[in-house]
Design a protein around this ligand. Structure first.
Ligand code: NIG
Ligand code: FE
Length: 415
């Protein structure tokens, strides 16, 4: 945590301490020749440059001349699976030859193949691999990331993944804050083959209480999908999670229109994610209930699936967030630049809406819109300086990084 003054910046930020919905998503505050002051890691001034010369003021703060470049809130990647063992490059090549994601999963590959590799790994190896991803995220401007378990599918390995995330979050040199999600219901492990209900019982009785007692996760998520966890099984799991104090997320309507988005609304989940096949009625229900619609265009791209209907969701009054879904299977990419481009080109989101989706609404998808996601007094000093004065470069410079420096709680990390 540092004291920092950034001056001569072009501040580009959404405004507010809660999710921006519908038409509000496209409204950004832009301040030219701006100064942002960060004291002990927290933003204490945002406004026009001021010729401060108070005694000791200059000594107690680092100074950074942004030279007119854009200064945005740090990006919040609110949906990833960045702690895992092994890789699945071979599966990728099968998919290129026409095999589908679900058929690979049904014949014992997919998530379960990463489960085997993760069970065979250990704390040190998982941690150092995950740390590598965090460095790459930070270089693209990410200052908060959500990470899920779900490659253990047994008590020991689920807790191991969550402990890796906690240790990375507690690292005093960390560049990225980590929010942890328990995703024990990511797939049915081989030892429970054909006994999905019993596996859900096991998660509720044996694993979830341990996760909660050790304060290892804030959210519970489920892969609510045909052939994985049904609506009924997902509801049972999530109600138990809510009872134990976890906030809720769902992988919903990713492959087929099962109604996961409607379940998210019914249970007042914080977010429902993917939503490629969410129905009109369920989109409206999410808007009415204030469930954040987290869209993951890199996954649709990688799986050659139709993109989620971002435009329609915003027009229906939803709060839309964007995230990468970085994982070794369906989407081996954590590219923030490509996420921007796909959202604007294929989901018909405006550039301003995409910025809100990757900052304030990403924060809202993690219950953190009060403390991060915009450049406002009282929020964390998490920001990015672009190497341009034109924020349109974020989607326009396709798949290319235009972040010059990532700022984490007032500490500068040039990229
Ligand atoms: O969000 N769909 C389920 N979970 C991940 C994929 C995980 C994997 O393939 O390893 C997703 O797409
Ligand atoms: Fe996912």
């Amino acid at each position: 945590m540092e004291n920092l003054i950034i001056f001569n910046a072009r501040v580009v930020t959404p405004v507010g301490f809660s999710a921006r919905r519908g038409g509000e998503m496209g409204k950004l505050r832009i301040i030219d020749n701006a100064t942002v002051e960060v004291t002990d890691g927290t933003i204490t001034y945002v406004g026009e440059n001021r010729g401060e010369n108070r005694d000791g003021y200059y000594r107690r703060y680092w100074h950074y001349n942004a030279r007119g470049k854009c200064l945005l809130p740090g990006f919040v990647d609110s949906h990833t699976h960045f702690v895992f063992g092994g890789e699945r490059a071979e599966e990728f090549s099968w998919r290129l030859k026409g095999e589908s994601y679900m058929s690979i999963m049904q014949r014992g590959g997919g998530i379960v193949s990463t489960v085997k590799a993760t069970r065979a790994s250990n704390f040190v190896r998982l941690r150092s691999k995950a740390e590598g991803f965090l460095k790459q995220m930070s270089a693209m401007g990410v200052t908060t990331v959500e990470g899920k378990s779900g490659y253990g599918l047994d008590k020991e390995t689920e807790l191991l993944q969550l402990r890796v995330m906690r240790s990375l979050h507690n690292d005093e040199h960390k560049r990225v804050d980590i929010v942890s999600t328990f995703l024990g219901a990511h797939a049915v492990p081989p030892e429970y083959g054909g006994r999905t209900d019993e596996y859900v019982d096991y998660l509720i009785r044996e694993v979830m209480p341990c996760v909660v007692q050790n304060d290892l996760a804030e959210f519970c998520d489920v892969f609510c999908e045909q052939g994985v966890f049904s609506i009924g099984q997902s509801r049972r799991l999530l109600l138990a999670a809510k009872e134990m104090g976890l906030a809720l997320k769902l992988h919903a309507d990713e492959i087929v229109p099962l109604g996961g988005a409607g379940l998210a609304a019914e249970l007042s989940a914080v977010s429902a994610d993917h939503l490629l096949h969410a129905s009109d009625a369920d989109i409206q229900a999410m808007a009415d209930k204030g469930v954040v619609a987290t869209l993951l265009p890199l996954t649709a791209f990688a799986l050659k699936e139709p993109y989620a209907r971002g435009r329609e969701m915003i027009d229906a009054g939803c709060a839309v967030a964007l995230a990468t879904d970085l994982n070794p299977g369906s989407c081996f990419s954590g590219s923030i630049p490509l996420t921007f481009a796909l959202a604007c080109i294929y989901m018909k989101m405006s550039i301003e809406e995409a910025i809100t989706a990757l900052t304030l609404n990403g924060a809202a998808a993690l219950n953190r819109a009060g403390s991060i996601g915009s450049i406002e007094v009282g929020k964390k000093g998490d920001m990015v300086v672009l190497n341009t004065d034109n924020y349109h470069f974020l989607p326009y410079y396709i798949g290319m990084n235009c972040v010059n420096t990532t700022i984490k709680e007032g500490v500068l990390y040039p990229t």
